[in-house]
Design a binder for this molecule. Sequence first.
Ligand code: NOJ
Length: 547
Amino acid sequence: MGTKNRWYENAVFYAIDVEVFADGNGDGVGDFQGLTERLDYLAGLGIDSIWLLPFYPSPNRDNGYDVTDYYGVDKRHGTLGDFVEFLREADRRGIEVIVDLVVNHTSDQHPWFQEARRDPGSPYRDYYIWTDDPPDQPDPQRGAVFPGEEDTIWSYDEVAEKHYYHRFYHFQPDLNTANPAVREEIRKIMGFWLALGVSGFRVDAATLLIDNKGGLERTKLDDPHGVLRDMRKFVERRGDDAILLGEADDAPDKLAAYFGDGDELNVLLNFLLDAYLVLALAEERAAPLETVLDMLPEVPVGGQWANFLRNYDELNVGRLARAQQQAVFAEFAPEKSMQIYGRGIRRRLAPMLDGDRDRLELAYSLLFSLPGTPLLVYGDEIGMGDDLSLPGRTAVRVPMQWSSEKNGGFSTADPDELVRSVVSGDDYGYESVNVADQRGDPDSLLHWFSRLIHVRRECPEIGSGDCEVLETTDDAVFAHRMRGGTGPRSETGTLVAVHNLGDEETTVTLDLEGSPTRLFDGSELQEVEDGWRFDLGEYGYCWVRLN
Ligand code: NOJ
């Protein structure tokens, strides 16, 4: 790594879907012009890394994860020129931009697939995975990713007169990663965006990318993780401190392999932590957090977790035991319409927590204090809601609520021309939940978030220090200490965070080995005979640095 040296260890990531963030030209669809105009807002909020969801030309049947051209910008969002302007303006504000890299599959409309299906002699034929004879019963571990929406992984193509393999929807044929020409294409795509100045990639479906696709001899990789090592090597060669942030939602004992020896993915989206964190919130007990911190593998130097509560898909609790999943559903998604795929929740966090401000603060304070780098999704900072009348995962992908003006300030187009309706009325409508109003209110969630983000960026102990769970006398209280760590911005030391997951006031006493200075909110602190006493309110929390 070069001069900026592991910037992602002490960053705050913010995920944006350009389509629904801000419409700059008034046609009802979010675009780069609109996003660029909002960069000052983001810089003010304090985030320093944007993850851009796919914005490439696409028939848009899976929210842009069905790409037809890896080298462009979908015209609904502007031009490549607009993208470069955006990147430059982000850079001027010290904001890193990483882009989604969707190379596990293409759209079926991609010219590669179109040629592959038409011409058996085309070099593109072997970019995909074909068979005359698909197995009747795929290995249950290798079934369709979105059960109920797509139940097969082999679809018949009338033109090729063969079946092709796809782990996602039938319109997303999987690329054959075992073909060296495909891996060369992936390098070229990365090279293109790195040359424009992005700070890395969010590697979509990293687990499936290196899988033995279709279970065929022909698609078996000799060294599956070699694919990720090659990508990392290339990114290090071409990018200035650029990273790979991977979507690797794999079994706990397989996670370490994605970091390799510090030579594969730099950052892993922490799906495991998410499931247990939500369980801890649902049960109002600290124990699931201890459990998951024990389950997570050590990360190598330069490796990092990206911790999140909600992302842009379903909140997947599939890795919890059945009874634990039921406890989470009962608390946060009691109605069937709030659940999805039998394993997930399709709500945003604020409605999951009934809009309870104390509990929301507790949840995000906890998230930001856990070892790793926190990730927010646009709109979290104002407590946006969802729209359960929308199908599937789209429920959480509602337009950003900027103000109480028409369309929540997202667009000046006629409401019926909007790419997606803005949430209106009720508790989470743009009339009552929006950036402009919260900006004017020093007690708003937005102001609270801004403080949280700024404080977190002063705490390299969380991003790269050692973490130790401290014993407390209350099951509802999670206390942990972080020491050391390296950060370009601030002094490091020892930090202690105490979180009361319960809805009753409580008191815990900790032996702190130093006198605490309060860094972030909440409790009364008092020196007592056997240490320091924290008086925590319901869902109370407090971060201190030891002197
Ligand atoms: C993972 C993405 O997060 C999800 O939204 C998408 O549908 C699949 N990958 C397929 O690309």
